[in-house]
Every structure is written in C-alpha cells, then in structure tokens.
Design a protein around this ligand. Structure first.
Ligand code: TYM
Length: 333
C-alpha cells in the first residue's frame, strides 16, 4: 500500500541544520521512494502564532519553498503548497478544536516553553497550534508524518483527536490515525553554544546554529566556535551522556555520514576537538554548501517559486476540499 506522507515547516526564517537533519533530509528520501505520495506544507498559519513582519513572512515563504527544492524535493513528484491558501485548514482546525480537550492541550510542553513565564500574554493561536497541526495532517488521510523529536507530543495529540472524532461521530476510520516517522538517533540537534538546548530558529545568537543559507566560511567559523569541553573525544558511548556538546557534534557528524555513533567514536577516540572539528566542517560544508548556493539561485526566480506554490495549491485544495465537505456532512452542517 502507498504511504501518504505529510509534513510541514514554518516559514519563520533561519532554517537550520536541525530542521535539515531532523526533518527535511527525510522528506527528500521519502520523496525519492516511488511508493510514497508526499505532501510538504509551508505552514504560514502556524508562523503567525507569534508576531511576524508581513514582508519578512512573504520572503520566508519563498525561502522555505526554495529550501525544499534545493535540498532535493522534486515538486513534480511531491505536492509543495502554502497552508493559508487552502482554507480547509483553518476550517478543520476550528472543528477539531471542538473535539480536542483543554486537558490534552495543557500538557503540551512546547507551548509552555514558547509562552515562557507570562502565559497570559501568549496568543490563543500559540496555545491551540497543535490542533491546527492535526487538521493539516488529517485532511490528507496521511498515514505517516516525518518530523524531528520535538514534534512527537503534537503527533500523539493528533492521534488522540482523530480517534475521538471517529468515536464521537461513530465513523470508524474516517480519520486515519497517522504514524510518526522520527529517526531513532539524532532526531534532536542541539545548539552549538549549549548542548542541552535545541538548535532553534529563534535563538538570538546566530552562532548557535548552522543556517541552510550559510556560506562555507560561516559554517567553518561556527564549528570552530562551537562549545566543547576540555577532554579528548571519548572511546565509549556512555561517556557522552555527561558531555552534551561532544554528543551533539558527534551526532551531527554521524547523521551526515549515515554512521552509527559507535562508528564515529571508534574513528575519533582519543583525538582532540580541533582535529575532529576540521573533519566535521568539511562534511557539513560538503552537504550544506550546495544547498545554500541553490537556495540563493532559486530565490532569484520568484516566478518559478510561485508556480510551484500555485500547482501545489491546486492539488492540495482538491484533496482538502473533498475531506472538509465530508466533515461538514458528518458534524451536521
Ligand atoms: P518547525 O517549523 O519548528 O520545524 C520543522 C521541522 O524541523 C524539525 N526540527 C528539528 N529537528 C531536529 N533538531 C532540531 N533542533 C529541530 N528543530 C526543528 C521539527 O521537528 C519539524 O519536523 N509544528 C511544526 C510544523 C507543522 C507540521 C504540521 C509538521 C505544522 N503542521 C503537520 C508535521 C505535520 C513546526 O513548528 O515545525
């Protein structure tokens, strides 16, 4: 049976190595398997859950599409579209927010992290954001959702919402309960400045992440300045538990080389970080630099990017409109 793949990325700028290794690289592999039908969404409705400059948002939407294509997603094979253009997403999100329970949303750790201390000032959209994410996934009868580890809890919520809707309205299997596709190792890439914090678009220091638009010199400089400890590289995996920065860099290396952690450790055990960082820079540059150059080239061709979004909209809208129509009938509208 064909797998129906759906995933989304927020167009909030600064797409980075974490987005790439945790999600986009997997999108490319899934896109290349002819058994799969893939849909990749630029989730601008999610982006506005925190304040955005409208001009930046527009250009970040283009940059996200350019990143998908530059990384190797083929818009002829996969649907690439912009969430806000398909109105069924907002509509389904409302209906599903009447199915989701406050208690479920109150458990979402990402809201707690993003809202910070002053929850009263967070937007309602930021709170209900996982319900919109469920709408995205469920509208397309998606069977598999590739994401980084930080989205795991949101996918569990999506599964709960799908099951509750099916039970409440007594229609077995109306919504497909999707499976997460989260890599077992390295599904959470950490900041280059703090091995306990996730690599993130919103981190103030640009040195904390490798952006997919960084050039060769920027990448080399950021890896050179990445935080490490004073010991040589370990010879046993267990030692990494107490050395988060070393673990992260070894993880990035392993992920890019498609190696196990053990293999990388065997290669570098006892060596110092400066030698390891040189090797790491080389492979990050080899992987990211062609993508960064391609992104820049594609950003000069807005007509091409708009065409991808228009074609994607037509295909996505056809699928989502049919599903929302059925949802209307089921709920009694
Ligand atoms: P977003 O835009 O924050 O991130 C996009 C993807 O990148 C992954 N990711 C990471 N993976 C590993 N290490 C990191 N440091 C790291 N940072 C980000 C995320 O897990 C994600 O897969 N809510 C989603 C977007 C979304 C979505 C959806 C995803 C909206 N609707 C439906 C799947 C299905 C988000 O904000 O991702």
């Amino acid at each position: 049976m064909k797998k129906k793949i759906f995933s989304g990325v927020q167009p909030t700028g600064n797409l980075h190595l974490g987005n790439y290794l945790g999600a986009i690289k997997n999108f490319v592999d899934l896109n290349n398997d002819i058994q799969n039908e893939c849909i990749f969404c630029v989730v601008d409705l999610h982006a506005i859950t925190v304040s955005q400059n409208p001009k930046d948002l527009k250009s970040n939407i283009h940059e996200t599409v350019a990143t998908f294509v530059a990384s190797g997603i083929d818009p002829k094979k996969s649907i690439i579209f912009n969430q806000s253009q398909v109105s069924a997403h907002s509509e389904a999100a409302w209906i599903l927010s009447c199915v989701a329970r406050m208690g479920w949303l109150n458990r979402m750790t990402q809201f707690k992290e993003k809202a910070g201390k002053d929850k009263e000032k967070a937007s309602i959209g930021l709170y209900s954001y996982p319900v919109l994410m469920a709408a995205d996934i469920l509208l397309y009868d998606s069977t598999h959702v590739p994401v980084g580890d930080d989205q795991k809890q949101h996918l569990e919520l999506c599964r709960d919402i799908a099951q509750k809707f099916n039970n409440d309205y007594k229609i077995e299997n109306f919504f497909i309960v999707p499976e997460p596709l989260i890599k077992k190792e390295f599904s959470r890439i950490m900041s280059l400045k703090d091995g306990l914090k996730k690599m993130s678009k919103s981190e103030v220091s640009d040195l904390s992440r490798i952006n997919l638009t960084d050039d060769k010199d920027q990448i080399i400089n950021k890896i050179k300045k990445a935080k490490t400890d004073t010991l040589p590289l370990p010879s046993k995996i267990e030692e990494l538990d107490k050395r988060p920065e070393a673990k992260n860099l070894i993880g990035i290396y392993s992920s890019l080389m498609n190696n196990t952690l053990q293999k990388t450790i065997d290669e570098f055990a006892g060596k110092n970080f400066s030698e390891f960082k040189e090797k790491l820079s080389e492979i990050v540059v080899n992987e990211i630099n062609p993508i960064s150059l391609k992104i820049k080239e594609l950003l000069d061709d807005k007509v091409f990017l708009e065409k991808i979004l228009k074609d994607g909209y037509e295909k996505a809208n056809e699928i989502a409109s049919k599903k929302i129509k059925k949802i209307h009938e089921i709920v009694g509208f």
